[in-house]
Design a binder for this molecule. Structure first.
Ligand SMILES: [Cu+2]
Length: 142
């Protein structure tokens, strides 16, 4: 009886070791199970300013900026700007907004016309996780 229990324990330990295989450190390319998406606004929608923006995230965790912790980061919103490639530090200016306190939504004042909003997830030192952690929507502001 006791032997069987020990075998079971060993099997469980082996399984958990397998599941918790080395976490990606700081800034490594995300897996297919990880990504970002706009909860709102919807792609192709016509909206009025200020535009409510809600960030969706899967497979990673939001954490305020400051240090690199595997599997975590914070959101960035790029306004009519290309997304920096993986590992590049995201600039901070009026076209590159950082949500370094861990915010998951914002209200954005935009001039009327067509705009492309791009979400970019980045690590605690603002280094982009690249295209795999990026998503864009095209909107028209009335
Ligand atoms: Cu940042």
């Amino acid at each position: 009886m006791q032997y069987r229990f020990a075998v079971l324990l060993a099997a469980a330990a082996a399984l958990s070791a397998c599941v918790s295989s080395p976490p990606p450190n700081g800034n490594t390319p995300p897996s297919a199970a990880q990504g970002v998406y706009f909860i709102e606004p919807a792609d192709g929608s016509t909206v009025s300013s200020p535009v409510k923006v809600k960030f969706g995230l899967k497979g990673m965790t939001v954490k305020p900026a400051g240090e690199i912790v595997a599997g975590t980061g914070h959101h960035h919103l790029l306004i009519d700007a290309a997304s920096p490639k993986q590992g590049d530090v995201i600039p901070a200016d009026e076209k590159h907004l950082h949500f370094g306190k861990g915010q998951t939504e914002t209200e954005l004042k935009l001039p009327p016309g067509n705009h492309v909003l791009t979400m970019q997830f980045a690590d605690g030192l603002h280094q982009s996780y690249g295209d795999a952690m990026s998503a864009s929507v095209r909107i028209t502001v009335q």
